[in-house]
Design a protein around this ligand. Sequence first.
Ligand code: ZN
Length: 167
Amino acid sequence: MEPMERAILQEISLDEIGGAPRKPSRSIDAAHAVDRWTPPVLLERAAYLRKMAKLGDGSAAETLREYPQHAAMLLFRGRSGEAEMHEQFADLFVVLAGAATLVTGGTVVGARLVAPGETRGASIEGGEEQPLRQGDVAHVPAGTPHQMLLKGEDTFTSLVLKIQETA
Ligand SMILES: [Zn+2]
């Protein structure tokens, strides 16, 4: 038996008994792992974000996981957000709790660049409004101005997939 073959067989057998430490060359397994978050887990983490939001500017977000071309985030809003536009990323919202009005399109008023490809502003002029509530899914393409408006005591909890659309 060639040494290479022997080494491979040894690795396989060690793996099968489960006692072998994972080698760096096997880290590809981690990249292919399945991530799963149940609603109770997400809502518990959102409850923590609610506390953070109260201490800050009324909103808080957590990156659940980053992937090569996209990221899964959890977002809590206790009040309206700024107008946003992402040059490279689409936002896919999956609303977990609460309600908000999503304004899209038009132009960002008082637009300022806060990071490469990331525009923020006070509001949107000439946008379209649509209601979002628990269970709704909304996709905002890259390069599209968007803003979440909240009424009164409303809160908004959403999964947000940040999906890279352009290189
Ligand atoms: Zn956004």
